[in-house]
Design a protein around this ligand. Structure first.
Ligand code: NAD
Ligand code: TYD
Length: 353
């Protein structure tokens, strides 16, 4: 038995792969293009693990994907591969359309062709789990109820529009072809191995380097934060027991304004690694120009997942954020690799040696 994971050298995919290898004896094929966001240093501990097989490649490469599928005959595909940073999507949306829309389409077609050739038993068992985001639902007002699975799609950034398009393709492949899909829409993740262009790792590392902590606009935008390991446990549960064709929202019941998140990180750092001048890291906070089209509030209603599949997050924001700050303080090698860009050479030294 095997599963195919795409984008498994990124932040969430990497955490998922590490957790999966720790929980299962099944072969995991990890297909990742290794864009700037793919980092094999994250997977260092399983680089030579017998159940982890890494392949560098693009989800849109039909010949490569078909070869992998025929060789390993996976019982499931979990699609994490994507361009994922909103700010990058504003500056250069092309790559988002290419991977998130065209790439997902090509992946669906490669996997569907493989699925059609499977035996009836294999076809019935097979699942395609598409990992998506709450950002497809658009922005909420302060008193609006949290996003449920039937909330209208109203994406506002090139990133969320490209993810929305991919969700629609996945949905259509189920309704049109009977292809056995599952879709999850998750809120903002945080935790180990998070690339430091995103708010939480950026603030931790800028604080330690004595740099400004940039807060966009008034800092009152609200995000619903989930510890990445909780996202991974939810995905394992959906893969195991989710109903085909269904969408499941994943969230931590944990809305926070950005400024409050930044202040909490500063408080943890003041305690765990105080500044040498005795001042608070909060002195480094700076309000900067807002992101264009910045969504004001996201919030996930995760009751369907809880009621149907019995999933609940294990971490609170306080416990997860403390773990995250401690992780960054304890993993200076990983941080150094990312900051210097040396992780880009990791592939050559570790895998092509
Ligand atoms: P990430 O940017 O850290 O990782 C993406 C990975 O995909 C990288 O390893 C990259 O090399 C790989 N990749 C990119 N294009 C590829 C291609 N064409 N073919 C193969 N691999 C490719 O992203 P992440 O934060 O780990 O997010 C993973 C998924 O989860 C994405 O689909 C994202 O939309 C979704 N998601 C993210 C969050 C979040 O808070 N980060 C929340 C909800 C959903
Ligand atoms: P981000 O981590 O980029 O995730 P997303 O845009 O997918 O929600 O940003 C989280 C929030 O933090 C978002 O409202 C933008 C804000 N933000 C800042 O205020 N300063 C920053 O330097 C960054 C990167 C984000």
């Amino acid at each position: 038995m095997a599963i195919l994971v795409t984008g498994g050298a990124g932040f969430i995919g990497g955490n998922f792969v590490l957790d999966w290898i720790g929980h299962n004896d099944e072969l995991l094929i990890n297909l990742d293009k290794l864009t700037y966001a793919g980092n094999l240093q994250t997977l260092e501990s399983i680089a030579h693990h017998q159940h982890h097989h890494f392949v560098q490649g693009d989800i849109g490469d039909t010949a490569l994907v078909s070869r992998i599928l025929l060789e390993h005959k996976p019982r499931a595909v979990i699609n994490f591969a994507a361009e994922s940073h909103v700010d990058r999507s504003i500056h250069g949306p092309g790559a988002f359309i290419e991977t998130n829309v065209v790439g997902t389409f090509r992946l669906l077609e490669s996997v569907r062709a493989y699925w059609l050739e499977c035996t009836e038993e294999e076809r019935n068992r097979f699942r395609f789990l598409h990992v998506s985001t709450d950002e497809v639902y658009g922005s909420l007002g302060p008193n609006d109820p949290a996003f449920r699975e039937d909330h209208p799609y109203q994406p506002n950034s090139p990133y969320s529009a490209s993810k929305a398009a991919s969700d629609h393709l996945v949905r259509a492949w189920f309704h049109t072809y009977g292809f056995p899909v599952l879709t999850t829409n998750c809120s903002n993740n945080y935790g180990p191995y998070h690339f430091p262009e995103k708010l939480i790792p950026l603030v931790i590392l800028h604080a330690l380097e004595g740099k400004d902590l940039p807060v966009y606009g008034d800092g009152q935008q609200v995000r619903d934060w989930l510890y990445v390991k909780d996202h991974c446990s939810a995905l394992r549960r959906v893969l195991e027991a989710g109903r085909i064709g269904e969408t499941y929202n994943i969230g931590g019941w944990n809305e926070q304004a950005n400024l409050e998140v930044v202040r909490m990180i500063c408080g943890l750092l003041d305690e765990l690694k105080p500044r040498s001048d005795g001042k608070s890291y909060a002195d480094q906070i700076r309000f900067v120009r807002d992101r264009p089209g910045h969504d004001r509030r996201y919030a996930i209603d995760a009751r369907k997942l809880e009621q149907e599949l019995g999933w609940r997050p294990a971490e609170t924001f306080a416990s997860g954020l403390r773990k995250t700050v401690s992780w960054y303080l304890d993993h200076t090698d990983w941080v150094q690799g990312v900051s210097s860009g040396s992780y880009r050479q990791w592939l050559t030294s570790q895998y092509h040696a």
